[in-house]
Design a protein around this ligand. Structure first.
Ligand code: ADP
Length: 187
């Protein structure tokens, strides 16, 4: 059976970079909701333009919208066959419940890539994405604590949570992630 992994962690924790490397190493499909929304914004679709306003303010796209986008993506053959690594989703308990409804037992690992708040702020200001203004960063981190952090307990209750220390060099973090994923999936 193909595998499902989710990677959680504060904005700026390095999820995106590491998720790409992990998905290549383990041959699973990398699904980043942030990348999908930014692509829709760049295309100028109605959904994309609405999402851009929400992203630039640091707010969350409504659950029903993002749940639909993810469900559609997960139904594609590559994700069905090779498994998936979700990056940036779920971000709320409602999203986690929807995901669990779509994929059930395929979800085998939830990683919390753990980086302290002071460090992620510095990293985001360096990266300088469109939505990396001080106001939007503050708002995103606030929402993370309120809406997303409760998911750590949710996945812990499911028995699939692994905490990985996200501080240090990219290489050191990658190695820690590889060993966490290796417990549930062969390289
Ligand atoms: P970051 O981790 O720095 O927030 P992402 O690329 O994951 O960057 O997300 C960028 C923005 O896209 C978020 O601030 C939010 O507005 C929107 N977004 C991404 N994923 C979700 C999601 N699962 N639910 C709601 N909004 C989302």
């Amino acid at each position: 059976m193909s595998i499902g992994i989710v990677i959680l962690g504060r904005q700026g924790a390095g999820k995106g970079t590491q998720a790409v490397r992990i998905s290549e190493t383990f041959g699973v499909v990398h699904i980043s909701t942030g990348d999908m929304l930014r692509a829709a914004a760049a295309e100028g679709t109605e959904l994309g333009l609405e999402a851009k306003l929400i992203m630039d303010a640091g707010n969350l796209v409504p659950d029903d919208v993002i749940n639909g986008i993810v469900k559609e993506r997960l139904l594609k053959q590559d994700a069905q066959r090779g498994g998936f690594l979700l990056d940036g989703f779920p971000r709320t308990v409602g999203q986690a419940e929807a995901l669990s409804g779509y994929v059930g037992g395929k979800l085998q690992l939830a990683i919390n890539l753990d980086v302290p708040i002071g460090e992620v702020i510095a990293r985001m200001l360096e990266r300088g994405r469109d939505d990396d203004t001080t106001e939007a960063i503050t708002r995103r981190l606030e929402l993370y604590e309120v809406k997303t952090a409760p998911l750590l307990d949710w996945f812990s209750d499911e028995g699939i949570l692994e905490v990985v220390d996200g501080s240090g060099t990219e290489e050191a973090v990658f190695e820690r992630l590889v060993s966490a994923v290796s417990k549930v999936h062969a390289v």
